[in-house]
Design a protein. Structure first.
Length: 264
């Protein structure tokens, strides 16, 4: 069996069309939407809505500012639009129509934090199976899927009035329930990483993303062959071993255009 795994597609539909070539199945670990393009500020949804200069400042605050500064600046941008929610919804739907059509191999997918899971059933065709807190058998192995990313502890996941878009960020209790639903897993497929410092630290953003202790506990208890994930675009280390399990960041697919390959 040969399975190709990608994460953090962020709008790269051309590469996604080729991602399943030669594979028995394709696993997609989320972040399909190109919301903020940190390399080309004119691209992505925010680039189209606000222009490269504003997105450049937003990107700078994401790198160097505090969370409060970033949120405050973001709110000033959205306030300039008459109907920001409709503009974002239209842009997301257009991207999803292209991206889901690009999944040519039998596909198993879970959403990332830069996704709108409620829309996925509308676009996922017959060859795409969407899973979150569920297990699917592929080639005799059990693949367990958990989507989204973790909120900081203490942050309540409530919609902000007038928000144009809400990322798929989950509180720890909700996320851990999805992890707990996975049993006898051979391959753990998640958007976010397990809570190991070398896997959660982004060397370009110069900060740690939030890793899941529940994923780490599952790995230690169930000892899957692989734990595959994305989310951290430039990790301090792309891989680590936890007992018998190979933990692997499959790479920033938007930039590399190359899937990670599992063979057995």
């Amino acid at each position: 069996m040969r399975v190709h795994v990608v994460s953090d597609v962020h709008g790269n539909a051309d590469a996604l069309k080729r991602a399943g070539d030669g594979a028995d199945a394709l696993v997609v670990l989320g972040d399909l939407i190109d919301f903020v393009d940190y390399h080309d500020h004119e691209k992505g949804i925010m680039g189209a809505l606000f222009g490269s200069e504003k997105v450049g400042e937003f990107a700078r605050l994401r790198r160097e500012g505090t969370r409060d500064e970033t949120v405050a600046f973001s709110r000033t941008l959205w306030a300039t639009l008459e109907d920001p929610a409709s503009a974002v919804d239209e842009a997301i739907r257009a991207q999803y129509a292209t991206l889901f059509a690009a999944m040519t191999a039998p596909t198993y997918a879970t959403p990332g934090n830069v996704d709108t899971p409620a829309l996925w059933p509308e676009f996922a065709g017959e060859g795409v199976r969407v899973l979150d807190g569920e297990v699917a058998e592929i080639g005799g192995l059990r693949f367990g899927f958990v989507g989204g990313a973790l909120l900081p502890d203490g942050v309540v996941p409530r919609p902000r009035k007038g928000a144009a878009w809400r990322p798929y960020l989950r509180d720890r209790a909700d996320y851990d329930r999805s992890v707990a639903a996975l049993t006898d897993v051979d391959v753990l497929c998640t958007h976010g990483p397990p809570a190991l410092p070398e896997l959660t630290y982004d060397v370009v953003a110069r900060r740690s993303e939030i890793g899941s202790t529940a994923l780490l506990e599952l790995i230690r208890a169930q000892r899957p062959r692989w734990s595959v994930f994305g989310h951290v675009h430039q990790p301090l280390a792309p891989r680590a071993r936890v007992g018998l399990t190979e933990c692997r960041n499959v790479g920033h697919f938007k930039e590399t255009g190359q899937p990670y390959v599992l063979r057995w």
